[in-house]
Ligand binder design. Structure first.
Ligand code: SAM
Ligand code: SF4
Length: 458
C-alpha cells in the first residue's frame, strides 16, 4: 500500500475546488438571463465539439440520505413527478428548437436525485422524444444513475429496450450500520445479482462508494471493497465524502455521530486503492477505477480522458452538454448555464416559453485556456505548455503567464515528489495523483484571491 507522508497530508488537506467545472460553480452569476442563454446556445452550434450530450436532472428521491450533496426533492407524490416530467418535455422541445439539425446526440445521461424512482413510462416517453427530435451517432452512451432500492429486472429490461447501455448504482457502503445511520434504503435485489444480470446483457455497470461517513473504519471499508471486487463491476467510483453543511444543512446531523478524521479517511481510500489495483483495476482521475480494457482506461493511456459534472468520459463521445431539469447545468464550449433549482420557478418559466436559467458563466479566451490546463492535469495527469499554446493559437509564454504559477511553486511540488517538470511539460507522479486537487489549484489564478468556500481536498 502506498505510504503518504503525514506532513504532506496535513499540509494539503485544505479547502480546494473539485474542478468539475472551470470556473467552479460557486463563481456562476445571475447576469446570464434566459434570453442571453438562448443566444449562447445558438452560438454553441458553431462551436466544438459538434456532438450533443444531454444531461437530464431528476431531483426526486424517496428518502433523504443524510450525507447527500446532490440537488434533491424528497417526495412520494406521483402527481408532482408527472407534472415535472410534462414540463421537462416542454423544455426539451425549447432546447431542440435551438440546436442545428445536422448535430447528433452522442450521450444522454440521466442523473439526480434518483431517475429510476420515476415510473418507467416517463423515461420511455422522454427517450422517444429524443428519437423524434434528433439523430444519434453510432453507439451513443445512454446512461442512468440508479438507486438499487428501486430497481427490478422488469424496470431494467424496459430501460435497455429504450436504449440504455450504462448504469451507475449508488452503493455507498455494504455495511448495514453505516447505511442505517445515513438513512439509506436497502437494495430490492442483491447488488451482485443485478450486476451479473446486466453484464450478461453486455451492459456496463459502475458502482459508487463513499468514504468518510460515520462508523466507517479501515477494516469495515476493506470488507466493503472486497465485496465490491467480488461483484466485479467494470468501473467503481470511490468518492471522498464532501461535507458541506453550509450548502446542505441536513449533513449537520452526521456530525453528532462523529465523522472519521482526515487520517482515517485517507487510510480508507489508500486501502481501497490498494485492493482495487491489486485486483487489476486501474485508477482513473480523482476517484475512479476501471478495468484495463475499459474505454476510460484506454482514454487515460491515450491522454483523451475528459471530465465534467457527470463524471469521467472519453473525448470521443463527450459533446457539449445541454441540461434539462431543475438545477441542471449546461456545459458548453463558451459558457455554463444553470437552471433554477426552484420547482415552481422552473414550471413557471417554461410555461412562459423561457429557458429556466437562473445563473451562468460566459468564459473568455483566457479562462478557456485555464480550463483546458485544469482538465489536462485532473484527467490526464499531464500538461504540455506547447500543445496547449497551439490549441489556443497562443504562445507558451502567454499560457504560462496566465496560470500565474511560479517556478518556486513547481520546484516545491517536485521536491515533494508530486510532479516532475521541465520547460515544456508537467507530469504528475503516482504520489501526486493523491494531491491532484491541490496541484491543479496552483495553476488556477482565481485561487490566488478566492474567498469562496470549498470542501477539503482529502
Ligand atoms: C445522484 S447520486 C446516485 C443515484 C442515487 N440517487 C443513489 O443514491 O444511489 C450520485 C452519487 O453521488 C455521491 N454523493 C452524494 N452525496 C455525496 C457527498 N456529499 N460526497 C460525496 N459523494 C456524494 C454518491 O456516491 C451517489 O451515489
Ligand atoms: S444519495 Fe441518491 S437517493 Fe440519497 S438523497 Fe442523494 S440522490 Fe437521493
Amino acid at each position: 500500500m502506498i505510504d503518504l507522508s503525514p506532513i504532506l497530508l496535513e499540509k494539503y488537506n485544505v479547502p480546494t475546488p473539485r474542478y468539475t467545472s472551470y470556473p467552479p460553480a460557486n463563481y456562476f452569476g445571475s447576469d446570464v438571463s434566459p434570453k442571453k442563454a438562448e443566444k449562447v446556445i445558438l452560438q454553441s452550434n458553431n462551436e466544438q465539439p459538434e456532438n450533443i450530450s444531454f444531461y437530464i436532472h431528476i431531483p426526486f428521491c424517496s428518502r433523504n440520505c443524510l450525507y447527500c450533496g446532490c440537488n434533491t426533492v424528497i417526495t412520494k407524490d406521483k402527481i408532482k413527478m408527472d407534472s415535472y416530467m410534462a414540463t421537462l418535455k416542454k423544455e426539451l422541445a425549447l432546447v431542440a428548437n435551438l440546436l442545428d439539425d445536422h448535430r447528433k446526440i452522442s450521450q444522454i445521461h440521466w442523473g439526480g436525485g434518483t431517475p429510476n424512482y420515476l415510473p418507467v413510462e416517463e423515461v420511455e416517453e422522454v427517450m422517444a422524444l429524443f428519437k423524434q427530435h434528433f439523430s444519434f451517432i453510432e453507439n451513443p452512451e445512454i446512461a442512468m444513475e440508479c438507486h438499487p432500492a428501486h430497481l427490478t429486472y422488469e424496470y431494467l429490461d424496459r430501460l435497455i429496450d429504450a436504449g440504455f447501455n450504462r448504469f451507475s448504482m449508488g452503493i455507498q457502503d455494504f455495511n448495514k450500520k453505516v447505511l442505517e445511520t445515513v438513512h439509506r434504503d436497502d437494495t430490492a435485489i442483491p447488488v451482485d445479482e443485478l450486476v451479473t444480470y446486466l453484464q450478461q446483457r453486455n451492459i456496463s455497470v459502475n458502482l459508487d462508494f463513499i468514504y468518510g461517513l460515520p462508523f466507517q473504519q479501515q477494516a469495515s471499508f476493506e470488507t466493503t471493497i472486497k465485496q465490491a471486487i467480488e461483484v466485479n463491476p467494470a468501473r467503481l467510483a470511490i468518492f471522498s465524502y464532501a461535507h458541506v453543511p453550509w450548502v446542505k444543512p441536513t449533513q449537520k446531523k452526521l456530525e453528532s455521530y462523529g465523522l472519521p478524521g482526515s487520517h482515517e479517511k485517507i487510510t480508507m481510500f489508500l486501502t481501497a486503492h490498494h485492493l482495487l489495483t491489486q485486483a487489476g483495476y486501474r485508477d482513473i482521475g480523482l476517484d475512479h477505477f476501471a478495468k484495463p480494457e475499459d474505454e476510460l482506461t484506454v482514454a487515460l493511456d491515450t491522454k483523451t480522458l475528459h471530465r465534467n459534472f457527470q463524471g469521467y468520459s472519453t473525448l470521443a463521445t463527450t459533446g457539449q452538454v445541454y441540461a434539462l431539469g431543475a438545477s441542471g447545468i449546461s456545459q458548453l464550449n463558451n459558457a455554463y448555464l444553470q437552471n433554477t433549482k426552484d420547482l415552481k420557478q422552473y414550471h413557471a418559466m417554461i410555461e412562459q416559453g423561457l429557458l429556466p436559467i437562473e445563473k451562468g458563466y460566459v468564459l473568455n479566451r483566457e479562462e478557456k485556456i485555464i480550463r483546458n490546463i485544469i482538465d489536462e492535469l485532473m484527467c490526464n495527469l499531464h500538461l504540455s505548455w506547447e500543445k496547449t499554446a497551439i490549441r489556443f493559437n497562443s504562445t507558451t509564454d502567454e499560457v504560462k503567464a496566465l496560470t500565474q504559477i511560479s517556478k518556486k511553486q513547481l520546484t516545491e511540488f517536485q521536491n515533494e515528489g508530486l510532479i516532475t517538470f521541465s520547460d515544456t511539460e508537467v507530469n504528475v507522479t503516482n504520489t501526486g495523483k493523491f494531491f491532484i486537487r491541490n496541484i491543479t489549484a496552483a495553476f488556477d489564478p482565481l485561487m490566488k484571491t478566492s474567498e469562496k468556500k470549498f470542501s477539503k481536498a482529502l
